[in-house]
Design a protein around this ligand. Structure first.
Ligand code: AHG
Ligand code: MN
Ligand code: MN
Length: 326
């Protein structure tokens, strides 16, 4: 098989040529995100050798222990995005309020991210990820930066979204609304190289990914649903990092679920920087995502760190749980 050689930058430029109105903004933004992803990948690979494993001692806005790598990843993204001059506001899982951006007043885009997804996997060298999303600014450019209004947009208005997976290899997937494209980091040259374009999730794999340890708090429909899957011979796959579970199901088929339960009616996952961007990606690949009642991309957020139940994956699997819940 010939060696793959198209870099992510070459690929984005090639796709932009098909859209004469393209300004090159996405080339710059996605390059900045790829740069942060590469830097995090280096940190992750050396985590056990340097002093970056473990907790910082702080508790974040989610009431969760902050890992050192959470903070490092957050800084890498802000540092990579700021010099583009394109971003007026950044929202991060790790920071309660929108992050102030130097010279962000004229930026035309808003970026939201989960800098390090699956934090509890860091110390055990299991897969982790980054999730990102890009919206166009709603307030007038020049009118300041950091407006919450610019961040609280429904996923259907996303301009681009994607993720980076730090697994046995580092991969980056993104969509700008015309298909999902996947790249693998070649560590020898520090470039993301095209692995597959226009990915499709056509279903057909009998796989479910959910934390069944929570099932004593689930509602009866979710219990019945998983019971039915088991009786039909489905396999369970769950590594505890949404990016990794999602990525496997995107490539192989299957469904990921983090339902609401009696303790947390809205589940655990965050709408703006976990559920919505991955829902944008799965829909671009032919799959679906719902909170059990409505399409994730149609939820209009009211808070930056809002949580939502999530069922996401192959369309036939999402349709099945929706039918059971109706
Ligand atoms: P984060 O590390 O960004 O807080 O996200 C962790 C999330 C998600 O990655 C994963 O799917 C889920 O938490 C796992 O939760 P449980 O341990 O409750 O299964
Ligand atoms: Mn996360
Ligand atoms: Mn996180």
């Amino acid at each position: 098989m010939p060696q793959r050689t198209l870099t992510i930058t070459q690929f984005i430029l090639e796709r932009e040529r098909d859209h004469p109105q393209a300004t090159g903004d996405f080339t710059a933004l996605l390059n900045a995100i790829a740069l942060a992803g590469k830097r995090i990948s280096v940190d992750v690979n050396r985590a056990g050798l340097t002093d970056i494993i473990g907790r910082t001692g702080e508790i974040n806005v989610q009431d969760e222990q902050v890992q050192k790598l959470d903070t490092i990843a957050n800084t890498q993204f802000v540092t990579a995005l700021t010099p583009t001059g394109l971003v007026c506001a950044i929202g991060s899982e790790e920071v309660e309020e929108p992050i102030p951006i130097e010279h962000g007043e004229d930026g035309r885009y808003v970026v939201l991210f989960d800098p390090l997804d699956g934090s509890s996997n860091i110390d055990v060298a299991a897969p982790i990820g980054t999730i990102f999303s890009i919206y166009r600014r709603k307030t007038a450019p020049g009118s300041g930066s950091n407006a919450l209004e610019d961040m609280l947009q429904p996923g259907r208005d996303l301009e681009a979204a994607g993720y980076v997976l730090y697994g046995s290899s580092t991969m980056m997937a993104y969509s700008t609304g015309s298909g999902v494209h996947l790249f693998t980091l070649d560590p020898a040259i520090g470039e993301f190289i095209l692995t597959d374009s226009d990915l499709r999730d056509d279903g057909g794999a009998k796989v479910y990914s959910t934390n069944e340890g929570n099932s004593s708090r689930w509602n009866q429909v979710d219990i019945d649903w998983v019971g039915q899957l088991k009786s039909e011979g489905y396999s369970a796959r769950y590594i505890g990092a949404l990016v990794a579970d999602f990525h496997r199901n995107l490539l192989r088929g299957g469904i990921f679920a983090y339902p609401g339960d009696s303790k947390s009616p809205n589940g655990k996952l965050r709408l703006l920087y976990e559920a919505a961007p991955l829902s944008f990606v799965i829909e671009q690949a032919g799959g679906k995502a719902t909170d059990g009642r409505q399409r994730i991309l149609d939820i209009v957020p009211t808070e930056l760190h809002q949580r939502t139940p999530l069922y996401i994956g192959s369309a036939n699997e999402v349709d099945r749980i929706l039918a059971m819940r109706s």
